[in-house]
Design a protein around this ligand. Structure first.
Ligand code: ZN
Length: 221
């Protein structure tokens, strides 16, 4: 299948290193072993400070919150509303991991409180028509990561992935790799997997790529 120019908006640097560069990942893990060290880099005030730094860095185009808080975590998604509001005011793009096989209340909070323009994963979005409407009417783009969703258990079977139904429902959806190293994938392969899903096909690939290009962040303001 001939592929159009692809967009891959959701790719973690630490999960997509070349194998030869794995020592870098080992280094970041080595300094994040103590609870105090982890708390130091997760706190919402840290993100707010980083967004403040981005004010003078025109090459920074957006922010993400990856790995939504679990009930055991100290901070909730809504606790990050200040840095995300500041990002909006500075013209930075906002994307949030939410609804990755988890309660879709995360998606509502991400859109309403964190001003998310894109949602990472959002596999549970179809569970509530009201949240689906919120996303569709807000033009929020879903970053669908097929292989990753299968590997994490967010979906039981690729054939049951919501991507085709989201497209049918008029939701902007694009295809992303998430972690090229950990998932052993690349963008062409993931787009071909999307085309093979029941209810999609080669023509859908054009739309998936176009949604991705349209949702790419660029600095404004
Ligand atoms: Zn991710």
């Amino acid at each position: 299948m001939r592929l159009p120019p692809l967009a891959d908006l959701h790719r973690h640097l630490d999960g997509s290193l070349r194998e030869a560069a794995l020592r870098c990942f080992e280094l970041s893990l080595a300094v994040l072993q103590a609870p105090a060290a982890v708390r130091r880099v997760a706190d919402p005030s840290v993100l707010e400070a980083l967004v403040g730094v981005a004010r003078t860095c025109p090459t920074v185009v957006g922010i993400d919150l990856a790995g939504g808080p679990s009930p055991a975590h100290r901070h909730r998604l809504r606790d990050y509303s200040r840095p995300f509001s500041l990002a909006r005011d500075l013209g930075l793009g906002r994307t949030v991991h939410a609804g990755e096989g988890r309660p879709l209340s995360e998606i509502r909070e991400a859109v309403e409180l964190l001003h998310a323009q894109r949602i990472g994963h959002g596999t549970t979005l179809l569970d509530d028509p009201a949240v689906l409407d919120l996303v569709r009417e807000g033009g929020v783009t879903i970053e669908a990561c097929l292989t990753s969703n299968l590997q994490t258990g967010a979906v039981d079977d690729l054939a049951a992935h919501p991507l085709p139904r989201l497209l049918d429902a008029g939701v902007p959806v694009t295809v992303c790799t998430d972690n090229t190293l950990f998932s052993d994938v690349d963008a062409p392969g993931e787009y071909r997997r999307a085309a093979a899903l029941p209810g999609t096909g080669a023509t859908a690939v054009e739309a998936l790529a176009a949604f991705g290009h349209a949702a790419a962040f660029s600095r404004r303001g």
